[in-house]
Design a protein around this ligand. Structure first.
Ligand code: PHB
Ligand code: FE
Length: 323
């Protein structure tokens, strides 16, 4: 374990953080997590990629497993931080540990930790081939990358006063793996007076210019119906435990999903999704995706806040369709 000097910095140059009774420290290669009755470590690149998403997504929907042991459960106002809670082995030995904390406080400490532990050149949102290394002693930071705001359209990307479309000029060149994606834009001829109401854009062109991976962004919103496309490359850095159904539409290339029981982690299915494939991920699973080359995925989320309880009380079936 690292030693800490008076200014709270260990011999590797990193700060140590405390959230409730959890303590977090990093060395050159690993994030170390300790809690009353146990400890765990994770390769620090994997930890920071998961932490980046947990922070940017404000704890997301349901459970964000950083790995098989550690993670968070969103209760939308409070958050559980847990170790071993959704691990059958830990549960069998009664070794699980969980604390419920105020979401705003927990997130602000996670944000500080992410900023302190991310060194110059490492971008936790980038594909492995598009970032430098997370390892080594403390050297600079990458605040610009870790403070990137998640795209959240109020109505639709590109509408007046809404999140802008992407182009070379505003810093979003076409990604190296999407050079073949057409960049023409549709023509929109609105009736006078409806110029701010009628809108269309080249969705594939927009996605081809995404500079991040595994980061669904809200590109259009109609009440609780959120269209959240994302570009994927390599592995989803979290194992997501659903608290509602999620629909996936594979827009390009291929993603393979490992799907397991949400609570125990027991394997349930593998889905190999090719362009045009649609999946309804049930409300009682966890899943992790693997994308051998950069691909485009549309995640359709239902943000209705009453859903987690309806599924938990079995008022709704975990699968929305039977075949
Ligand atoms: C998911 O857990 O459903 C998820 C998360 C991030 C993605 C895609 C899917 O980029
Ligand atoms: Fe999910």
């Amino acid at each position: 374990m690292a030693t800490t000097n008076q200014v709270g910095v260990n011999q590797h140059g990193y700060r140590t953080f405390q959230i409730g009774h959890f303590s977090f420290s990093r060395d050159e290669y690993f994030a170390h997590i300790e809690w009353p009755g146990g400890s765990h470590l994770m390769p620090v690149d994997r930890f920071l990629k998961a932490l980046m998403r947990d922070v940017a997504w404000n704890f997301f929907y349901g459970i964000v497993n950083f790995d098989e042991i550690f993670g968070t459960t969103n209760h939308y106002g409070t958050v559980d931080i847990f170790a071993g809670l959704y691990n059958a082995g830990y549960r069998a030995q009664k070794k699980e540990y969980v604390e419920n904390l105020d979401s705003v406080k927990a997130r602000s400490i996670f944000e500080e930790m992410l900023d302190d532990w991310t060194v110059e050149g490492f971008d936790p949102f980038a594909a492995p081939a598009e970032t430098g290394s997370a390892f080594g002693p403390k050297k600079g930071n990458n605040t610009r990358a870790v403070k990137r705001a998640r795209v959240v359209a109020k109505r639709m990307a590109g509408m007046k006063g809404d999140t802008p479309l992407r182009n070379d000029q505003n810093g979003f060149p076409v990604n190296r793996q999407f050079q073949d994606v057409a960049q023409d834009e549709p023509e929109v001829h609105a009736e006078p007076g409806f110029e701010d109401e009628v809108h269309a854009f080249n969705f594939f062109g927009y996605l081809s210019r995404s500079d991040v991976t595994w980061n669904p962004s809200v590109c259009s919103a109609v009440k609780d119906s959120l269209v959240c496309p994302t570009t994927e490359e390599f592995a989803l850095p979290v194992i997501h435990g659903n608290d509602r159904v999620e629909w996936f539409i594979q827009l390009s290339d291929e993603i393979q999903w490992e799907i397991a029981d949400r609570d125990s982690g027991a394997p349930r299915a593998r889905a190999v999704m090719k362009p045009g494939d649609v999946a309804a991920m049930p409300a009682d699973i966890r899943h992790q995706g693997f994308s051998p080359k950069r691909s485009m995925l549309l995640v359709w989320e239902n943000a209705d806040p009453s859903l987690p309880e309806l599924y938990a009380r079995k008022k709704l079936k975990p699968n929305p369709v039977d075949f």
